[in-house]
Design a protein around this ligand. Structure first.
Ligand code: PLP
Length: 452
């Protein structure tokens, strides 16, 4: 307790936390996590927590992988850092680019490395504008995104994202980024069938292209399903219609797979899951399972052929682009996913089990909808199931439920009143049973809370 007290005091005095409500932090103190193994975390008091969030949607291979530690240590001894600017390279980054190209959709054979998902989306913005400049169409600059999307926290990332709370702070979005409605059928379907609504939501893209002028639109950016927005999965009609519209107007397509990449849907990339052929794919998180920070953009041959032609330099890059230690971690992470056949296991076994067990929670009086695919899911909490009526945001139902989960030894994230599940891909049936049992206890506590 003494150690916790002194850490919490120091934390309060010196640490500015990302995405943290300062009132909450002052009242409850920080939760200090000390160690982890497999799918479990232990806090500094020794309390064990089942991590249904894989850290922050990223620890795909689970915690405590000695072979990643060894690969990182070996690389640190061999070459802890070198850059990839000015015609320089090094084996881990070259091997990783080649490996990712072999896993990506067939028409994508190049990678631009970054340090995070946010940097990757900044890269996308600059790369699509560079592409159209080189193609002799410099007016094609605008990027269309979606409300409630999350594409990172840098100025470009937060602008591309559609979170109003982020836009309010810092005069965002920057010029040249516009948004259309998200395909959120449960909350905004307005009596339409999912198929009708999906079509309508996709057609908002065409209306926006015509509004901005097709000669001014560079790209459309989207997550295959919106993650931080509350696991919003588009109806089946959505993506085919989006594909038709993008082809009709010659607009580049950026698919942000920071969450969905590296196995979460039971495919290497959700592009395959949804039959999409993006021009650029944003990657991070599961690329290294979060052991070391790393991100990147997988680039299609169509774009790479233009960017890499003899046309001068693309004046863009980060000191840590292709960092050798991060690349070594990513290579070992990918080796584990392949060797343990985690993706096949997700698709054929563990994801169907997770989704079917979670569907049982839909019966709970507090639960409006349980939705999910692969190893990601959301439980949306509502005041009235029949009317799909939401709670007043001041009630803090999601936050209460998140804290109740912790009390029962489970980590779920809340997005408003939607509870999020995105566990490591190694979860067993028994651990999923434990997850569902603990989530039920937390839902019961939350139900009592809202009943007053
Ligand atoms: N894109 C998506 C879809 C994300 O979910 C995230 C992070 O959650 C990002 C981009 C930003 O990644 P990072 O936090 O590594 O900058």
């Amino acid at each position: 307790q003494q150690k916790l007290d002194s850490l919490q005091t120091a934390d309060k005095q010196h640490f500015i936390h990302p995405f943290t409500d300062s009132k909450d932090l002052a009242e409850k103190g920080t939760r200090v996590i000390d160690r982890a193994e497999g799918v479990y975390l232990w806090d500094i008091m020794g309390d064990k927590l089942l991590d249904a969030m894989a850290g922050l949607w990223c620890v795909n291979v689970g915690y405590g992988r000695q072979s990643i530690v060894d690969a990182v240590a070996k690389q640190m001894q061999q070459l802890p850092f070198y850059n990839s600017f000015f015609q320089c390279s090094h084996p881990p980054a070259i091997e990783l680019a080649q490996k990712i190209a072999s896993l990506a959709p067939k028409h994508m054979n190049n990678v631009f490395f970054t340090g995070s998902g946010s940097e990757s989306n900044d890269t996308n913005l600059r790369m699509v504008r560079r592409y159209w400049d080189l193609k002799g169409k410099p007016s094609k600059k605008t990027i269309i995104s979606r409300d409630n999307a999350y594409h990172g926290s840098t100025v470009a990332g937060a602008s591309l994202g559609g979170m109003s709370g982020m836009h309010e702070q810092g005069d965002l979005p920057i010029p040249g980024v516009v948004h259309i409605a998200q395909p959120y059928w449960y909350g905004e379907g307005n009596g339409l069938s999912p198929e009708e609504f999906g079509l309508q939501a996709a057609q908002a893209l065409e209306a926006k292209i015509l509004d901005v002028g097709e000669d001014n639109v560079a790209a459309f950016i989207a997550e295959p399903f919106q993650g931080a927005g509350g696991v919003i999965i588009p109806p089946s009609t959505y993506w085919p219609e989006i594909k038709r519209i993008l082809a009709k107007y010659d607009i580049l397509f950026i698919l942000d797979e920071v969450i969905s990449g590296f196995g979460r849907t039971g495919k290497w990339f959700a592009a395959e899951y949804f039959d999409l052929q993006p021009d650029l794919i944003t990657i991070a998180k599961g690329m290294t399972s979060g052991y070391v920070p790393m991100g990147g953009v997988i680039v299609s041959d169509k774009v790479a052929d233009v960017i890499k032609q003899d046309c001068g330099e693309f004046t863009h890059g980060f000191t840590y682009s292709g960092h050798p230690v991060a690349a070594a971690a990513a290579l070992e992470n990918i080796r584990i996913i392949e060797q343990e056949q985690l993706i096949e296991r997700v698709e054929s076994d563990i994801a169907p089990y997770l989704q079917s067990r979670l569907q049982e929670l839909a019966e709970h009086p507090l639960v409006g909808e349980v939705r999910g695919l692969g190893m990601v899911a959301a439980i949306e909490l509502v005041k009235d199931k029949e009317l799909k009526q939401k709670f007043d945001s001041k009630t803090g139902v999601g936050t209460f439920c998140r804290d109740a989960c912790i009390k029962h030894g489970l980590v779920m994230r809340s997005v408003g009143d939607t509870m999020i599940i995105s566990p490591p891909l190694i979860m067993t049936h028994g651990e999923i049973d434990e997850l569902v049992a603990k989530a039920t206890l937390a839902l019961n506590d939350t139900y009592q809370y809202v009943q007053g």
